[in-house]
Each structure stands twice: as structure tokens, then as C-alpha cells.
Design a protein around this ligand. Sequence first.
Ligand code: 0GY
Length: 310
Amino acid sequence: MNTPFEKTPGWLDWYAGPAKPRFVLPAGAVDAHCHVFGPGAEFPFAPERKYTPCDASKAQLFALRDHLGFARNVIVQATCHGADNRAMADACATSGGKARGVATVKRSVTDHELEQLHAAGVRGVRFNFVKRLVDFTPKDELMEIAGRIKALGWHVVIYFEAVDLPELWDFFTAVHDDLATTVVVDHMGRPDVGLPVDGPQFALFQKLMREHENVWSKVSCPERLSVAGPRALHGEQAAYRDVVPFARRIVESFPDRVLWGTDWPHPNLKDHMPDDGLLVDFIPHIAVTAELQHKLLVTNPMRLYWPEEV
Ligand code: 0GY
């Protein structure tokens, strides 16, 4: 997992040799949130990046996909590559139709470049509002981009932390209402799972989804949100058990607008690196029936990323 770049001190490499999940994924399951990093020698990391990761190549991602039992991937542009989408687009374009992508673009992107990204398999843009990951991008630039990509049938993916939702609310609803664009929220808007699931912070996120019927959520990243941690993965209680009520609430309230992904290779984790096989075993704790699992893992991601096959 070496890179010609010097990794951020304390960087945790992805977990080699993951377990085979006990939970058998439904046929056609999509890992709808994962990344590629470089390899740095082939696809250099962006000068404006906030972290330097280990390498995580498309071949390694596709091997994980097959090992876990997924059929397809949605590869989300990681901030360490900035708006240079080559690593992600190359992975999608060479996946044999098994990967689609979400890009990061700037206002300066040309129509031709957008068309090339579309041909590679890109179906969305990501707007990142997590301050430790990106510098501020003016909202008028984001609105302009959202307007342009809509013509391609793409959607907008947003990443933010729950404390910032009140301030971002007007912008998100404008993207949704004015442009009538589908908006996908990463990791349930990163709730503080130490707060009550029925408390005001998570209520605001549920209100966003309830009042705006094209807002979707990834119920991913328990390993990122959990305070309880991964213990008891195969015990009576789920690993990351403090995340279960939050993710289960969203899956059961909005079963047709939820997605799940591994988040491999798990950027910026500080305490532990999850075994992706065991992470898959988290799914039946948050989607407790075969019907909910099928929507979460197959029907919903197919509608959004491979609509021509649905
Ligand atoms: C995630 C989360 C993170 C990082 C990125 O693009 C990224 O760098 O998404 C994070 O550090 O919280 O979704 O992978």
C-alpha cells in the first residue's frame, strides 16, 4: 500500500485479508460509496489535498467487491484527488460496466469534459462541506455546477456534518427545489450518535428528507460515526451498536431513498480500521427484512446509477 507520496502521519491503511461476511448479499448488490486512491505513481494526489493516503487501486477495489459478494461499485471522488477525476474515471471506465462514479468539478469544467466523465460512467457531482477536508467553495459556483450537470441527468451528492445543517439548509433546499435535482446525503449527514435518536439534531435531518422527496441518504459509515466502536461484531449486539437506531430509523422511514456503501478504503480513520467483511454484517441490523435489504442494496442504487437497466 505504498505511495510515492509521504502519507499523513498516523494514516491507517485499509484492512488486508477481510473476512467473508456471514450476511449473504442479495444478487446484484451495489457498494454505493467507495473510493480509489491513486495509485499515486499513476494518478498523483492533488496539491490542495488535506491528507495524503495510502494507495488503493481499482484492482484492489474490484477484488474486494468480488470477495464481499457485491456486483457493482459507485466510486466517489475523494478529496485527496481534488477536481482531478482521472483515477475515479479510469476505474469506472475499465470496470466492464460494473462501476459508476461521482465526480468533483469546478466552475471551469468544460461541457466536453463533462461529456467525457459521463462516458466513463459518472452520474453525479459531490459537494463537500466538511471543513477539515476542503476549502470553501462559493454557493453560487455550486449552484451553477448543479444547473449544468442536471442536463446530463446527474444528481448532487452532499457531505456535511450535522452541526452545519441549519446553516446549509437553504442552499440544499434551493438545489433540490429550484433545480428539482436529486440530492444524496453522505452518511446520514454525520449525526452525533451520542445524542438521542429522537432529539432535535437528528429530527432536523429527518425533516429534510420528509419535506424534500428527492433527498436520499447513504446509511453508511457506522465505523466513522460510532463512539461504541466495533466490539461485539458477532455477539448478541451489533458492532457500532450506537449507530443502529439512527440508520434503522432512516431505512424504515425512507426505504426507497437509501443507499449503503463500505466507504473502502476508509479515509481518515484514527482509532481502528474496519474489516470490510464484518462491516457487511452490520447491514441486517439496520435493514431487518429481506425486502428492505433488497431496496437498500439493489433496487435503489440501480434506479439512481443504472436507470437504463431497471
Ligand atoms: C468519506 C469520508 C471522508 C473523506 C472523504 O473525499 C474524502 O476525502 O470523503 C472523511 O474523512 O470523513 O466519505 O469517505
